[in-house]
Design a protein around this ligand. Structure first.
Ligand SMILES: NC(=O)c1ccc[n+]([C@@H]2O[C@H](COP(=O)([O-])OP(=O)(O)OC[C@H]3O[C@@H](n4cnc5c(N)ncnc54)[C@H](O)[C@@H]3O)[C@@H](O)[C@H]2O)c1
Length: 388
């Protein structure tokens, strides 16, 4: 499908904004407008030849542009809902970064508005679009693994391991009350719900903050930026570094996953793991495991037959997943490609007048993850199972 008639505008020019931009360019989508701090929006526009620049975080001016069909919200969490509401009101389609918002109070208000709109709304749970994840979903749907019994995995990073590592996400006021879970745990939970075709019914969780006090720079820094500890001040940390979560899922729509149990560890202080999202799905006939740091392979486990390692874009991956992979087997695809495939799905849905399959995370899915975060917080405080 030709997507070159669709025009995108980007709000937020830090780490992930340029990832969206590159992916859109690779799809042939026109990127016509960018908004952020005056300095970084101007620099990004110059680099990529983007005609409209809205500095000083003036997203309202960008939303008035008649040259933008789809708005990508890649700003920090606390402004997502405000900017998404304004974008819907301006008649734009929206791709909003995760988490959808800070609280369910604000995301439920957004859900109501988005549902009345005729436009498309997607939340950027891009991990759904790794071919390995799509393949696992297919295997569960077809019953290849028998009845699903349990799921196990983690999302580990180490970029916040040191006391002097700083980012706005560390502050509950900036990123939300749950940090590791909200930031990366929701990717894991969204991917598992997507694979199983089932929602979480109840949760139990233990959260831990290893650095009760951390150091922060005197000014703002971009994600993953390095700052000299000599130029920092101490502050009390009010978000978790680590979470241990137990989940129980509702019955799946397709019938192969019924009351599935899952457990996940989420950590941003796991030395050596740069960005490792791992999921293992275990059924009565076999299992399948996948890992974001080796995204082109799937490991299939059997009791009475040899185990298999399956390669992306090779026999063993279903044909309809090929649409979400552009290079032959052996030519590694990874994180940037998952964004490209996600936006392909969203833009094709827009271009088709909403007739293609919306595999992307919907506004409801985005809201569901914020709901899960609140349930996890309650479960940790009460130290008991909480119904979602
Ligand atoms: N899907 C993914 O894989 C993924 C990965 C990283 C980040 N994210 C999400 O993307 C969002 C941004 O994260 P990041 O890592 O790029 O952060 P970042 O701090 O690197 O970048 C945020 C940018 O937004 C700008 N900004 C601040 N206030 C703004 C406002 N009011 N309007 C417009 N821009 C504003 C900042 O100047 C900065 O350039 C977060 O919600 C995060 O959870 C998603």
């Amino acid at each position: 499908m030709n997507l070159s008639h669709l025009r995108a505008g980007l709000i937020g020019t830090g780490f992930i904004g340029p990832v969206h931009l590159e992916a859109l360019k690779r799809l042939g989508v026109q990127v016509t407008a960018v908004c952020g701090s005056t300095k970084s929006a101007t620099a990004l526009a110059e680099k990529w030849g983007i005609p409209e620049v809205y500095g000083n975080y003036d997203y309202e001016a960008l939303l008035k542009s008649p040259n933008v069909d789809v708005v990508h919200i890649t700003s920090p969490n606390k402004v997502h809902v405000k900017q998404a509401l304004a974008a819907i009101k301006a008649g734009k389609h929206v791709v909003c970064e995760k988490p959808l918002g800070m609280t369910t109070k604000e995301t439920s208000a957004l859900v109501k508005v988005a549902k009345k709109a005729k436009t498309v709304f997607a939340v950027n749970y891009n991990c759904r679009f790794f071919p390995g994840i799509l393949q696992m979903r297919k295997m569960v749907q077809r019953g290849d693994l028998g009845r699903i019994i349990h799921v196990q995995g983690h999302f580990f990073q180490d970029w916040l391991l040191k006391q002097s590592d700083y980012n706005w996400r560390l502050l509950a006021s900036e990123g939300g009350k749950l940090r590791a879970v909200g930031d990366i745990g929701t990717h894991w939970m969204d991917a598992v719900s997507f694979i199983l075709g089932a929602k979480v019914d109840s949760v139990f969780a233990t959260l831990e903050t290893f650095h009760k006090k951390r150091l922060r720079p005197k000014g703002e820094v971009q994600t993953f930026a390095k700052v000299d500890p000599k130029d920092m001040i101490e502050y009390a940390v009010d978000t978790e570094d680590f979470a241990s979560i137990l989940l129980q899922y509702q019955r799946a729509k397709h019938g192969f996953a019924d009351r599935v149990h899952a457990n996940a560890s989420i950590s941003q202080v796991a030395a050596g793991w740069k960005c490792s999202l791992a999921i293992g799905i275990y059924g009565t006939e076999g299992s399948v495991r996948w890992e974001l740091q080796e995204p082109n392979v799937l490991h299939v486990g059997r009791r009475d037959q040899p185990n298999e390692t399956r390669q992306r874009f090779a026999p063993g991956f279903h044909e309809d997943i090929a649409h979400f992979s552009d290079y032959p087997g052996g030519h590694a695809e990874g994180f940037p490609d998952s964004h490209k495939m996600h936006y392909r799905c969203v833009y094709e849905h827009v271009a088709s007048g909403k007739t293609t399959e919306p595999l992307f995370a919907s506004i409801d899915d985005g809201h569901e993850e914020v709901k899960l975060c609140e349930a996890i917080l309650r479960a940790n405080r009460a130290q008991r199972w909480i119904k979602v």
